[in-house]
Design a protein around this ligand. Structure first.
Ligand code: PEP
Length: 255
């Protein structure tokens, strides 16, 4: 069986802190009307303030919407935060958890990320758990141990049923927003390592079911090589998801 038959294939765009309301809506409409492949899920992560507009723009299309972050409590006195209940309420079915910019700029810890994963699963929101090593860690030969530790901490106490709802994005920090993409071979080897770690934490079936996306300077000219790899189940794209044509060139890639 090929990967499309075994796992959901996901092409996601992380718009970070970019776009105006009008640009966000135009981007969503352009992407929804230009995608021509049905064997994959397309998910947009707009700035949260535009979530409702983007959900409305995608209504009646297969495009899904997620948010870039959330807090783990259902509600409460947490000024500036968004709760899982709010995400559900506006129609966001996915959430990014542990993106490297959250880990490294905003100091999110593995413990906080773990609580967010638990909360997303409890609220039936798909967490896209981002993991990946820094350049120093790669140079010291610690890529696998870093990612293993991030996975073990994020999935602690989460049972098999919960884990099956998660998606993982392998995003080497040195490749995010830098133009330095991992080679398909490096990415594939880390994805295989992630799948083997899931096998140890759970079992073969869980490891084969969870989609593992690659993220880090994915562009129209490198997507084909990456997506040809058997353990790369799609991509999480930052910069190149901000223009309709470049994102369409990525999501419409053929195998
Ligand atoms: C990201 O934001 O997750 C990302 C991978 O960004 P870029 O594609 O710009 O490297």
């Amino acid at each position: 069986m090929n990967k499309q038959q075994v796992r959901k294939q996901i092409f996601a765009g992380n718009w970070k802190m970019y776009t105006t309301k009008r640009e966000a809506v135009e981007l969503a409409i352009g992407i929804a009307s230009g995608m021509n492949i049905i064997d994959r899920e397309v998910v947009l992560f707009p700035p949260s303030v535009y979530a409702t507009c983007v959900v409305d723009a995608c209504e009646g299309t297969p495009v899904k919407v997620g948010l870039q972050n959330m807090f783990y409590e259902k509600e409460g006195a947490y000024t500036g935060e968004l709760s899982p209940r709010m995400l559900k309420d506006v129609g966001a079915g996915y959430v990014l958890v542990g993106h490297s910019e959250r880990r490294h700029i905003f100091g999110e810890t593995d413990e906080l990320i773990h609580k967010k994963v638990i909360s997303a699963i409890a609220f039936d929101i798909i967490p896209v758990l981002c993991v990946g090593e820094l350049l120093e860690e790669r140079e010291l030969g610690k890529s696998e141990s870093t990612v293993e530790s991030q996975l073990i901490k994020a999935f602690a106490e989460i049972g098999e049923q919960g884990a099956r709802k998660a998606v993982i994005a392998y995003e080497p920090v040195w490749a995010i927003g830098t133009g330095k993409v991992a080679t398909p071979e490096i990415a594939e080897s880390m994805h295989t390592f992630i799948r083997n770690t899931l096998k140890k934490l759970y079992n073969d079936s869980v490891a084969m079911t969870i989609p593992v996306l690659y993220g880090g300077s994915v562009k129209p000219d490198n997507i084909a090589g990456l997506y040809a790899m058997p353990n790369i189940d799609g991509v999480l794209v930052g910069g190149a998801s901000l223009t309709v044509q470049s994102f369409l060139d990525i999501i419409n890639v053929t195998l």
